[in-house]
Design a protein around this ligand. Sequence first.
Ligand code: ASP
Length: 445
Amino acid sequence: MAITATKKKGLFAWYFNTNLLTRILIGMVLGIVAGMVFGKSILWVSPFGDILVRLLKMIVMPVVIFTLVVGAASIHPSRLGRIGIKALGWYMLTSAIAVAIGLACGNLFRPGSGMSLGDVGAAAGKTLTQPSLLDTFMAVIPTNPFESVTSGNILAVIFSSIIFGMALAHLRDNKKERIRNAAATVFSFFEGCAEIMYKVVQWVLQYAPIGVFALIAVVFAKQGAQAFGPLATITASVYIGLAVHLLVVYCGMLAVYGINPLQFLIRIREAFVTAFVTRSSGATLPVSMEVADEKLGVSKGVYSFTLPLGATINMDGTAIYQGVCAVFVGLAIGMPLTFNQQLTVIATAVLASIGTAGVPGAGAIMLLLVLDSVGLKVEPGSAVAAAYAMILGIDALLDMGRTGMNVAGDLAVTTVVAKSEGELDPAFWDDSALGAQAGQAVEKA
Ligand code: ASP
């Protein structure tokens, strides 16, 4: 996956020769300014943002399949099971802590208190359907793996790719030379395909700054003023919760495992920013995988499995948001959540985060499940629906932060699991290598 940085010449040399992350950040700042200044008249740029999201989505399935098959085929099946259990354990634990932090922020900043929405009669209630958790679990086993690829059922794709990779791992050690050779050919084929996909990721990222500008401009044109206005307390509570989770939980667990948290944050920035602007953990997956491989030094055997799994089931940012929003809705309708109700929120939000798809706005749908579990039903015309509609109004802005955190969580757990399994390349984290790595990263970008 080596990338050679060659200086470009020609009309767009200034563009390609500027550091990628700098370009992305400039695109983001310009997008915020353009959205706030021009308002709805800037909405015509929206297709440029859609192009970025479509390009990222285009590569997700191939990247996951090829990398996962190579990863699973490179590692002994018993170790794969251990890595899976560790990753799952961390994902669940961090999600539970995340909801608790969200609830704590909600109780501390009390968004929605004094709003007395209980008096509001009609509200724009939406009829939204909640996916059942049992269905989500059953869908992990595809009845037709090819169909799961075309329909984008990522958990089913993970399942079938791992089975395929594990069988390949066994055949690579087969007694018969003919079978060993055939397995080696298949392995090389998948490895080659994975490398090709990473090349495509590099190309797509070159377009990212333009797409980022458009995506951010549209969000701020539509919702910027609102988030800074009456709903500022919710926005602030969610973002403070996210910051606490990042700095205390992720940095804490990395430090415990002897990984420099600051270095970690610097190295994952490309994935974080991509998640922030696309609002989709799924679409960010190719970038997270690249970051794990090239910037964090995690072995393919670990990240090829933990990252797609995390992008599908680990949603700490979403969990924080659900904690804050549950408290908000309770306060807004004049029925603050009791302690027991808050415990219920922790349990349902962790389960809901498993069923939340890594796509924009999915967390807001799963919030219905969480609210329902504490008796706050969103029914057309109800006060709960009015409070929920207010949250939906600024959902895109909250979604940016929570998706960034969802992806940061996947990478933090992946790094810790890799370290505990001896699958983290020490050369990447050696103090003397830090300077060289950072320089290399800048050069590559
Ligand atoms: N957009 C989030 C993600 O892709 C999910 C959510 O809406 O909370 O991770």
